[in-house]
Design a protein around this ligand. Structure first.
Ligand SMILES: C[S@@+](CC[C@H](N)C(=O)[O-])C[C@H]1O[C@@H](n2cnc3c(N)ncnc32)[C@H](O)[C@@H]1O
Length: 231
């Protein structure tokens, strides 16, 4: 294994699969559209330019949920290619429906564990950005080890990002924001674009989710952190 591909012994997963009910539309989208827009682990290492059929900036969103932010960004920035990773099948079905409805040609997706997708399918130094918006916060102390942002995860991302590429996180849970800040500030090869220890105002490209709008009305905070791969 090359040195830039650190062994991740953690098989503690950052999610619990709750199947949830699929709507008829989502079920149909999974059957008909997933083969067209989806990839799976058995395909091994990907050639991202070949997958999208062009050379363009490549952005990964981890845990896209119902896909609303990803679809909005893909529509707003047709010059970028977006690769979404989400294990929750109804969310995957939902994003597929949006790809179809909006005729988005710059979105591809995976419904496997993002850690494995990054390790097994995303080439080194191939990404311009990785987005992680509102990851599962795992509130209880005994569950903190399930949080996806960990030192090994930072190094995995570092190896997949191009030098100068960015890792953008957002969370509405202050304790997780502080954890992200601590892990990423200590991570070799990254620099906080807002200055040491600083959070970033939400950049325009990150759509405001409905959940977040409601939170704002209730006076809840949201923290954005943007780190750049420097080396
Ligand atoms: C709290 S939700 C947020 C969803 C979305 N980003 C949003 O802002 O609404 C976190 C999502 O991350 C997904 N997730 C967690 N760990 C994952 C992993 N290792 N690989 C892929 N998806 C993951 C979960 O299934 C869940 O849908």
């Amino acid at each position: 294994m090359p040195p830039s591909d650190p062994p991740l012994h953690r098989r503690i997963r950052s999610f619990v699969l709750r199947e949830g009910r699929l709507t008829k539309g989502q079920q149909q989208a999974l059957e008909t559209l997933l083969p067209r827009f989806g990839v799976n682990l058995s395909q091994g290492m990907l050639d991202l330019d070949a997958l999208f059929g062009r050379s363009a900036p490549k952005i990964v969103e981890i845990g896209f949920g119902n896909g609303a932010s990803l679809a909005a960004m893909a529509a707003a920035y047709p010059q970028n290619d977006y690769f979404g990773i989400e294990v929750h099948r109804p969310g995957v079905g939902n994003l597929l429906l949006q790809i179809d409805a909006q005729q988005l040609s710059n979105v591809r997706l995976s419904h496997d564990d993002a850690i494995e997708v990054l390790r097994q399918q995303i080439p080194e130094q191939s990404l311009d950005a990785v987005y992680l918006f509102f990851p599962d916060p795992w509130h209880k102390r005994k569950h903190h080890k399930r949080r996806i942002v960990q030192p090994e995860f930072a190094q995995l991302l570092r190896s997949r990002l191009k030098p100068g590429g960015i890792f953008h996180m957002a969370t509405d849970w202050q304790h997780y924001a502080e954890h992200m800040m601590k892990v990423m500030s200590a991570a070799e090869g990254f620099e906080n674009t807002a200055g040491a220890g600083q959070y970033t105002p939400r950049p325009d490209y990150r759509p405001l989710t409905r959940f977040e709008q409601r939170g704002q009305r209730l006076g809840h905070g949201v923290w954005d952190l943007i780190f750049k791969r420097t080396a």
